[in-house]
Design a protein around this ligand. Structure first.
Ligand code: HEM
Ligand code: HEM
Length: 234
């Protein structure tokens, strides 16, 4: 739901799992990007950080179905027509308030989550022909493992560009539209017009137990995948 700017009231929007997810992802993405580019002995840390990103992303995808109201994909995924309308409205006027991610931001969130999962997937089955093979590389043809490494390099650069666009868009909202989006990703609370604020106040909170179960399952899946060949293959 979008609303033009009026008097604003603080209301809870981002549950603690979304916030911890986001800032952990930021830290791990920085580690992955730096260690991936530097290479050498740092690839060991690069792989560990990549596994952690994969667990986070798996968690977030499931949380998009079972998480708190505004973490759910249904609250922020919309078609391209709505995204374009929102973008044009943004260029014309002041801030257009939304409770969850705006229609353009929502698209970027989906793209980032899917490409991060794909990037980690390429890493798992890749072979760099120097010193490193992903833990699942033996299950694909060696030609595929080499290709996966090359796709991993290309997608790594694409992700850096997309993250640059994401940060620029956030800064545009913060500096030009005067929306406290970064503060909200820390506190969980967003400044909203009264009608949207009361809607957000009435929303069902996240189940903490479900959150812990989903994150534990995501970690378990990644740990099993990474150790599959040493635990289950002869
Ligand atoms: C210091 C750099 C960053 C800042 C300041 C930042 C800020 C933000 C903010 C304010 C939001 C919420 C936007 C909204 O209100 O709709 C957000 C969402 C998001 N950002 Fe970032 N971001 C940064 C870096 C990154 C990086 C490096 C990644 C991924 C590699 C990333 C991925 C995401 C994702 C997936 C979401 C959606 C969160 C969710 O719904 O769980 N961000 N970011
Ligand atoms: C989503 C998580 C990940 C991100 C964002 C990421 C990103 C990157 C980037 C940006 C590079 C540098 C590419 C270049 O040379 O320009 C890189 C290289 C590399 N990555 Fe990842 N990576 C991730 C996960 C993984 C995983 C899980 C593995 C292995 C299990 C892996 C293995 C490698 C290796 C071996 C290289 C060095 C490639 C070379 O020899 O040039 N990465 N990665």
């Amino acid at each position: 739901m979008t609303k033009p700017s009026t008097d604003l009231i603080s209301a809870p929007v981002w549950d603690v799992f979304v916030r911890v997810f986001h800032w952990s992802l930021v830290t791990l993405f920085a580690i992955s990007a730096i260690t991936g580019k530097v290479g050498g002995g740092w690839i060991k840390w690069h792989m560990i950080s990549g596994y952690a990103i994969l667990a986070l992303v798996l968690f977030r995808i499931v949380w998009g179905f079972v998480g708190a109201e505004y973490a759910r994909f249904t609250s922020f995924v919309s078609g391209p027509a709505r995204a374009i309308r929102y973008g044009l409205g943004l260029l014309k006027g002041g801030a257009q308030h939304v409770i969850s991610h705006n229609p353009l931001g929502g698209l970027m969130v989906i793209v980032l989550l899917l490409l991060l999962a794909l990037q980690a997937g390429f890493g798992l089955v890749s072979d760099d022909e120097i010193a490193t093979t992903g833990p699942l590389a033996r299950y694909v043809a060696s030609e595929t493992a080499l290709k996966a490494m090359s796709w991993h390099r290309t997608l790594g650069d694409l992700l850096l560009i997309l993250v640059g666009i994401h940060i620029a868009a956030v800064l545009f909202h913060v500096l030009v539209k005067k929306e406290g989006l970064i503060r909200a990703m820390f506190s969980g609370k967003k400044e909203l017009p009264a009608e949207l604020a009361s809607e957000a106040n009435a929303a069902k909170p996240a189940s903490t137990t479900t959150g812990y179960v989903v994150i534990s399952a995501a970690i378990a899946i990644v740990v099993i995948a990474v150790n599959w060949s040493s635990w289950f293959s002869k």
